[in-house]
Every structure is written in C-alpha cells, then in structure tokens.
Design a protein around this ligand. Structure first.
Ligand code: MN
Length: 203
C-alpha cells in the first residue's frame, strides 16, 4: 500500500500561538503531502513497496541508485515529519521526567542544558534541515542536526525527538526569527510521546 500522510491527533489551530494555523495547514497538508507523493512515485514498481518507510531510509545503500536521491529526500521527508507531528500537541511542554529525565540529566547535566544545545544546533544549521535528540548506535543520547530531509535513521540513530528548522515550519509565525521559534516550540512538545520513543529505543 502506498504511504500516506498520518492524520494529526489535534486540530490545525491547536498549537496557536506557538505555531499558527496557516503554517500547520500548509506544512502538514502540502509540504508533507508532497514528500509522500514523490516518495510513492519513486518506489512504485520496486521491491521497496513491501518495506516500511523506516526500513527504507535506514538502509539507503539498498535503494537502487537511480532513485536513491529521491528516496533520501522524500522518504526522509516522510519519516521525519511523521515523527514531528507525533511528538507535539496542544497544552504540552513542561519537562521530561522518569527515565528519560534521568538520562537527559546524566548526559547533558540538565534539561536546560539540553535545550540550549538543541536550540543552538537548530539555529546554526545553515539553510534547511532538522535538529534532533537521538540515540546513537552505541546507545548514547546525542544532539545532532541534519541538512535538508536527511534523517539520522540513515546513520543508524534512533530518533527520540526532533524539530524542523526549514523556513516552512516557522516563517509565517516568526518570519526570519528562527531562534525565537526554536525557543517557543518546546511548549508544543509532548514529553509522554518522547518518553515512549526513548523507552522503545532502549529496548
Ligand atoms: Mn517540514
């Protein structure tokens, strides 16, 4: 079955004022929709149709060379955005607790330090891309950025959470003030969903 944009679990206007309604309509519907359409077109008629999107982008070497670029960009766009929608929600924010909170404190010193490093990497990612909290293949928490729609999954990382720093993610709300968006975005993060990703990554 062809890939589809997952439905949001909240309304387009639910993340106001941090992310405005029009941004969510365009970003979820048009931008993510375009990645999915191009990803499906690229893999149509190939063996990749029987795999999950995560399996495909985790092993780009196995993708035929003539479609590898399209799969990297659009398959990456699909998996990155699917995770992004799933770790946000209205009335969220706060701080990670439990095992995730402990792992963050032992790796980064504090949640405040994590946010500072994460926002810094997001702000200095030149051009379009993403900033992530991942689990490395060795099982360590790490903050990394990726250009374009490259996903850390292609490097064997498991994604715990990530923020989209493409202009389409924030320009209508913040214009060119990416650092302001990065700061405000934490109020949208669903730490229960993030903790579930962390637990799954560890197992
Ligand atoms: Mn995006």
């Amino acid at each position: 079955m062809a890939f589809e944009v997952p439905a949001l679990t909240f309304a387009h206007d639910a993340l106001e004022p941090f992310i405005n309604t029009r941004t969510m309509e365009l970003h979820h519907g048009l931008h993510h929709g375009a990645y999915v359409a191009k990803f499906n077109a690229a893999i149509e008629g190939t063996d990749l149709e029987s795999k999950t999107a995560e399996e495909i982008v985790s092993n780009l070497d196995a993708v035929p060379e003539n479609i590898r670029g399209a799969v990297r960009n659009n398959g990456g766009g699909h998996v990155n955005h699917s995770i992004f929608w799933s770790i946000m929600g209205p009335g969220k924010g706060g701080e990670p607790t439990g095992e995730l909170g402990e792992a963050i404190n032992s790796t980064f010193g504090s949640f405040e330090n994590l946010k500072e490093t994460f926002n810094g990497k997001g702000a200095t990612q030149f051009g379009s891309g993403w900033v992530w909290l991942t689990m490395t293949p060795e099982g360590r928490l790490e903050i990394v950025s990726t250009p374009n729609q490259d996903t850390p999954m292609s490097q064997g990382h498991k994604i715990i959470m990530g923020n989209d720093v493409w202009e389409h993610a924030y320009y209508l709300t913040y214009e060119n003030r990416r650092p302001e968006y990065l700061k405000a975005w934490w109020s949208c993060v669903d730490f229960d969903a993030v903790a579930a990703r962390f637990a799954a990554a560890k197992s």
